[in-house]
Design a binder for this molecule. Sequence first.
Ligand code: ADP
Ligand code: MG
Length: 281
Amino acid sequence: MVSRLEVRGLRASVDGKEILRGVDLVINGGEVHALMGPNGSGKSTLSHVLMGRPGYEVTAGSATIDGVELLGLPTWQRAQAGLFLGMQYPIEIEGVRTADVLAAAAEAAGSDPAEVVERLYAEAGALGITANHLARGLNLDMSGGEKKRNETVQLAALRPKFAILDELDSGLDVDGLRIVSRRVEQATNEDGLGVLAITHYSRLLRELEPDVVHVFADGVIQQTGGAELAAELEQTGYDRWIKPIESAVSIGGLGGLGIGKGSGGLATDDPFADPFADPFA
Ligand code: ADP
Ligand code: MG
């Protein structure tokens, strides 16, 4: 049976400010969907709300995997239902190794921890993660690229039904991007993994070819198309979806320095000072 992730009319707020304003999205197992949009449009918020990160108020809608409602479940039960999140900024945990995290996740999901840890070690080498990396606390003293590789190793070992990969391309060089993309693609083919790849660059999508591309701006999906939409966005940018006041800042203010919302930079990408609780706790 092909799995199905279904998001309907999802609305969520932070500090009383509505960030997600009615998200509708259906991903089938084996499909790669790209979610592209300007900084601050709510892409990471969508990933956090789906994974159950605390601090967001869901005000409407639903999100299901094969009919199981995720909203309201603690994060570990969402993982158990088959959801995996590769965070834009992977958290670091002192004293807890990647293997410990995966063993706990496997246990929570009712699968064999030893088997998952075995897969972790089997997968690591090909993704450029060494025994030395794995002996450290989770993601500790790793470069941005190494963290993304490490996230991909976890994904490969855990074999979830759906993976949200938030800016997998950030921090990875060309070779790294190719290697992790190949592994993710392999999972879509062999394990029927469904992917939501969040990015604002089409560079990722030259390696991880999307079946569907969504333009996300102002808290909603504005347009959906095929791979050609990503190429078009590279030419046109997101200006047509950005509210006039933000475009004005981009053009008249800092735009000349390339620091407008339209050109990506001004908006804070991660408003969180503290990493949130262990997603597998
Ligand atoms: P993107 O990933 O598309 O760049 P985000 O989802 O990170 O955007 O952020 C969307 C908006 O929500 C931003 O204006 C951001 O400042 C705001 N936001 C997200 N999380 C919080 C939070 N915990 N507290 C305050 N504002 C937040
Ligand atoms: Mg983001």
